[in-house]
Design a protein around this ligand. Structure first.
Ligand code: CA
Length: 390
């Protein structure tokens, strides 16, 4: 038991202890560890101050000392009381946890990829032939990954008019993608084996890959999404360590055909992680991350197999998480079947895609009930109008 009181049902019991960056009033940003409704100031507690008195987690992630720091914080919280190194969460500012070095986004839910294939290419096979052989991905923009709470400007881009000519216009098809993000730690490494993923993945966050479907529709062939997604990606601020998630690793779905040997794992790398999405407070999606066809361990193996290293500060997204049933779809284009079946919100209004002022909140947790709840907090964002042209 911790001497910091943890409210019943909190996402952040002593078994979790995720890392983040916070700023106490009038002081510099530094590394914190979340417990209940409080934050431990790691540097002030005298734990690895060279790594912890920093405005991002990158140095700590690169050092390989994350596990040891987390153990020392757990000892601190179960030893003699040190209220001088703990802040109530309401008294601090919670900031972007990492400087994202590189950002890759996968496309690894078979349910999402099948739904999108049916919507976008109704007359052909929904899955392209390569999809079951490799975890398909595109390269995103590190610079526009933002922390939960950051407003999201409605992007403008070229959208096809009736004649098929692209016209610069604010998107009218602004969407979400419910995802899980993986933060790489350690020194840069290439050709990582799937079963060594836990040596390289530092932690996990919730991720919303905001997407402008009309801009995407005009630009995506033949090289994939670009400006339709690069305007903003929201992540949750508390980085849940893989160590905390270890009891919730489970067997992934069987893969047919069996993948190439470099993608084969002996260990179970799916995560039994409940995921929820609310739009203006109305629940719109409830699913579980364990449905994913490709695991994060396979994704990491894939993105390094050609010799391109992954190291501290790299972020990769799981791809939209959709489950097998209608209520488990992780994007509005699927939930509304590209606008054909609008959603009705609790206030009686309807949505196909997002309107200015809309707020989307992603939540996630492992366990609960008689098992420790390893929660992620939330990743939220509110849509603001496209700025006026100067
Ligand atoms: Ca995505």
């Amino acid at each position: 038991m911790s001497w910091v009181d943890v409210p019943e049902g909190s996402d952040f019991p002593i078994e979790n202890l995720p890392f983040g960056i916070f700023r106490p009033r009038d002081e510099e940003p530094r590394v914190g560890v979340r417990i209940g409704d409080h934050v431990v100031d790691v540097a002030a507690a005298g734990i690895e101050p060279d790594l912890a008195a920093r405005p991002s987690l990158n140095a700590l992630m690169a050092s390989g000392h994350g596990g040891a720091v987390r153990e020392r914080v757990a000892e601190l919280l179960t030893g003699p009381e040190r209220p001088d190194v703990v802040h109530p969460i309401a008294d601090v500012q919670v900031l972007m946890p990492i400087d994202v070095v590189d950002y890759i986004d996968f496309y690894s839910s078979i349910h999402h990829a099948t739904n999108l294939g049916r919507i976008l290419r109704p007359d052909s096979e929904p899955l392209l032939p390569n999809w079951r052989q490799l975890p398909v991905a595109y390269h995103g923009r590190a610079r526009t990954v933002v922390v939960s709470g950051t407003p999201v400007e409605r992007p403008a881009g070229l959208v096809a008019d009736a004649s098929g000519t692209g016209r610069l216009t604010p998107t009218r098809a602004l969407d979400i993608e419910l995802e899980v993000g993986f933060l790489v730690g350690g020194q840069p490494a290439a050709r990582i084996e799937p079963d060594h993923a836990d040596r390289h993945v530092f932690g996990v966050v919730l991720l919303n890959d905001w997407s402008a479907r009309d801009i995407q529709g005009f630009e995506y062939q033949p090289l994939g999404p670009h400006l339709a997604k690069s305007f903003a990606t929201t992540i949750s601020p508390w980085v849940v360590t893989l160590e905390a998630l270890r009891p919730y690793l489970v067997e992934p779905p069987a893969q047919e055909p069996p993948p190439d040997p470099y993608l084969r794992a002996a260990l179970p790398w799916a995560v039994d992680l409940e995921l929820r999405v609310e739009l203006n407070g109305t629940p719109i999606t409830a699913t579980n991350f364990s449905h994913m066809y490709w695991t994060f361990a396979q994704q990491l193996a894939h993105l390094t197999v050609n010799g391109a290293p992954a190291g501290s500060g790299d972020l990769f997204g799981s791809g939209t998480v959709s489950g097998p049933t209608k209520g488990e779809r992780g994007s509005l284009i699927e939930l509304t079947w590209r606008g054909a079946e609008p959603l009705t919100l609790d206030d009686g209004s309807t949505r196909t895609f997002l309107e200015d002022g809309d707020t989307v909140t992603v939540r996630g947790w492992c366990g609960g009930g008689d098992r420790p709840r390893i929660g992620f907090g939330e990743a939220t964002g509110t849509i603001v109008p496209t700025p006026e042209a100067p």
